[in-house]
Write a protein that binds this ligand. Structure first.
Ligand code: ATP
Length: 294
């Protein structure tokens, strides 16, 4: 998927200025940046939920594989040049055809009342159905697999309006997985999740990319998580792409300090694991107080 020269605005005021973003099949691309830098707006434009003032979104003919294909491999030949020549303009697809290729786990969603977890997950199958549910061959298996992968099978028959924030987040993710698209866009998916499910979600993201060739774009505020899970990082600042590259290329002290407007130290251990440490006044005070107590 390629977002090309995207200019995006609200009420005529541009908030994203000519951004280019390439999401590769079988790779995880993390979007990071300060609050208000345009990450969600950009993701929504890729998902066709925000009409661009200028620019286009191009899709590979077969943009990634899906969880229903057990032995899928990443799709070759979907680089920016190929997409420019042969990509499908997302705006030309019907809603249904687009929804078969791209799904977005949005940051906030209204919780529907009066339906069960399983019914909400089944809703993800909507672009694959004809007029009758029975027309969705293989759909039941994909719904079950999506629920297993996200750990929601145990409460499949509970009403969704009685779930905790983290449980509900996993159910929405299951619904996105049930949609079985080649492109999966996730806006701050670890919000509301406890430590275990944050780790499991990041593992799942990697598994979907590595083993199923899914194209993944994910907004993350936690830079250490971005470093751990992403193949590429796109850093946005004031609606512009400030840096693109591997985590080691983008998550460096001077770039982050400038983007976030505070000092950010970065450590890389022997295994190449990146840890970022934002330095505030409390860092110094905490150390001094600890020393005094000791
Ligand atoms: N519905 C809206 N109407 C008007 N302006 C908006 C709207 N949504 C977002 N904006 C503005 O667009 C800019 C980009 O917002 P966006 O939500 O894309 O940033 P973000 O990087 O995702 O922020 P955050 O990290 O806080 O989620 C901000 O200046 C924001 O105030």
């Amino acid at each position: 998927m390629l977002g090309l020269d995207l200019t995006l605005s609200y009420n005529g005021a541009p908030v994203v200025h000519g951004a280019e973003i390439h999401l590769e099949p079988g790779k995880v691309t993390a979007l990071v940046g300060p609050n208000g830098s345009g990450k969600s707006t950009l993701l929504r434009a890729l998902a066709r939920l925000h009409q661009p003032d200028a620019g286009r979104v191009l899709l590979a003919a077969d943009d990634g594989h899906t969880i229903s294909e057990a032995e899928a491999e990443a799709v070759p030949g979907a680089g920016p040049a190929e997409l420019l020549d042969h990509g499908i303009d997302a705006a030309t697809l019907s809603g249904r055809d687009f929804a078969r290729r791209v799904t977005l786990l949005a940051q906030s969603r209204p919780t529907p009342g009066g339906i069960t977890v399983r019914e909400l997950v089944e809703f993800g199958r909507h672009p694959h159905r004809g007029r009758w549910i029975a027309g969705d061959a293989g759909g039941a298996g994909i719904v079950s697999r999506a629920m297993e992968l996200t750990g929601v099978t145990a409460f499949a028959d509970q009403p969704v309006d009685r779930l905790s924030g983290g449980q509900l987040q996993r159910v929405w993710l299951a619904s996105c997985l049930a949609q079985d698209t080649g492109v999966l866009l996730l806006d701050e998916p670890t919000t509301y999740l406890d430590l275990r499910y944050q780790v499991e979600l990041l593992d799942l993201i990697r598994e979907l990319a590595d083993e199923h060739g899914v194209t993944i774009g994910v907004v993350l505020h936690d830079l250490d998580q971005a470093a751990a899970v992403a193949d590429r990082v796109v850093l946005l600042e004031s609606g512009r792409v400030r840096a693109v590259g591997t985590p080691a290329e983008v998550l460096v002290s001077d770039v982050l300090s400038s983007a976030y407007g505070i000092r950010v130290d970065v450590e890389v251990d022997d295994r190449g694991c990146i840890t970022t440490c934002p330095i505030g006044r409390y860092n110094t005070r905490a150390r001094t107080e600890r020393l005094v107590v000791a």
